[in-house]
Design a protein around this ligand. Structure first.
Ligand code: FE2
Length: 392
């Protein structure tokens, strides 16, 4: 399926300055890579789960073997708070770090990029919420994902929690991109099925929300469709047999390609809803929110962009030959809903603490998101509330 012809529409694709390295086992090259960046003192940002999983030595050992001194900062929590970012930046400065290494899922990598930024910039990370607000270059950073979903290692975004309001916010721009993305799918082999499922659905949502949205262009479209195909081929396999190296490789590719695709496009309603649903004392994990809202978002959108959703169905592996576009498009909604059900995820947001009392507040915040403006179907607050209710 080709991206639709748009002879009267021009587009640009922003510079992609991240040095992308991909391959099973390449985490072992980290020391050489760090030295090639001139690093002598690496500040390794991660979370306690990654430490418990025994992954930290996979990075600290090659660094030490190359003569790079390492300090581990393992205080990252889900959607790290602004105070934690500032404490991490102070620790990195005290250690006199010349490199920040992020190891983990989205929260760890987003925190590493924010700490690298705040190690060289004054004020608070909250001063730089929004796009392109960071005045000075960050410390060099190497992001090493241990999940396949976030795309943070190649994205312009760093998501965190504003400790003053409890709201999730994001700071973005070229200066929030990693210097190097070191993508080693072997680091995901021990990721538990539930996390594999939720983060994998996040990668699929990055690709599909990007592909159908109004800001998508042929370059993002090509990356997004390929990402959907990798997820369609391998997400079930990666969840049901975590040791399947080919499936783990596919899922990391799905995550990386979607992460690059979405940089200039933003996403859609699932990601608009995700910021408030991950905020306050709800704090539902991002991948879970996305997995549980994506089917109802797609059902709402499908008639506004049938050709695009038909391409999503085809990329997911459906034989849509001879099908009218709207029928093929509706098939994509069914396929994603079935995929979600097959992965052992919660049935709805109600199982995660969400209820009717939250709807108005969530919708009010979500409507402020730039992701609503690019969604393929124009969306009123009342319509978004219905999409949200359908996900409870
Ligand atoms: Fe996401």
């Amino acid at each position: 399926m080709l991206f639709p012809s748009q002879p009267d529409r021009s587009f640009s694709f922003p510079p992609f300055p991240v040095d992308l390295r991909f391959g099973a086992g390449i985490a072992a090259d980290l020391g050489t890579l760090a030295r090639s960046l001139g690093a002598r003192r690496a500040f390794l940002v991660t979370d306690p789960g990654v430490v418990m999983a025994g992954l930290t030595p996979r990075l600290s050992e090659p660094l030490s073997a190359s003569g790079v001194e390492v300090e581990v900062f393992d205080e990252v929590r889900q959607d790290s708070g602004s105070q934690l970012i500032m404490r991490g930046a102070a620790e990195a400065r005290r250690f006199d770090a010349d490199l920040v290494v992020g190891l983990g899922g989205g929260s760890a990598l987003d925190s590493a990029k924010a700490i690298a930024a705040m190690a060289t910039n004054g004020g608070s990370i909250l001063d730089y919420v929004g796009l392109n607000k960071l005045p000075a270059d960050p410390l060099p950073s190497i992001c090493v994902p241990t999940t396949s979903g976030t795309g943070s290692e190649v994205s312009i975004w760093s998501v965190l929690t504003d400790d003053d309001t409890g709201m999730k916010v994001s700071a973005g721009g070229q200066r929030f991109m990693a210097t190097v993305a070191l993508c080693d799918p072997d680091l995901t082999l021990t990721l538990p099925p539930a996390v594999t499922a939720a983060t994998g659905m996040d990668a699929l949502a990055h690709a599909s929300e990007c592909y159908v949205n109004r800001a998508c262009q042929p370059v993002s479209g090509a990356l997004a469709l390929q990402s959907i195909a990798f997820a369609g081929r391998s997400l079930r396999k990666a969840v049901h047999d975590g040791a399947d190296r080919a499936a783990r490789c596919d899922m990391m590719l799905a995550s990386v390609l979607a992460g690059i695709a979405m940089n200039p496009t933003r996403l859609g309603l699932a990601h608009a809803l995700a910021m408030p649903l991950g905020s306050w004392n709800l704090k539902i994990p991002h991948g879970t929110i996305i997995a549980l809202t994506l089917p109802s978002v797609m059902a709402f959108n499908v008639e506004a962009a049938p050709e695009r959703y038909a391409a999503v169905a085809q990329a997911l592996g459906a034989d849509t030959r001879g099908m009218p576009p709207l029928e093929a498009a509706r098939l994509s909604v069914e396929m994603v809903a079935r995929l979600k059900d097959d992965l052992g995820l919660p049935r709805g947001l109600g199982e995660c603490g969400m209820n009717e009392d939250w709807v108005e507040r969530i919708v009010a915040e979500a409507m402020k998101s730039g992701n609503v403006a690019v969604n393929p179907r124009e969306t009123s607050p009342a319509q978004l509330a219905e999409v949200l209710r359908a996900s409870i």
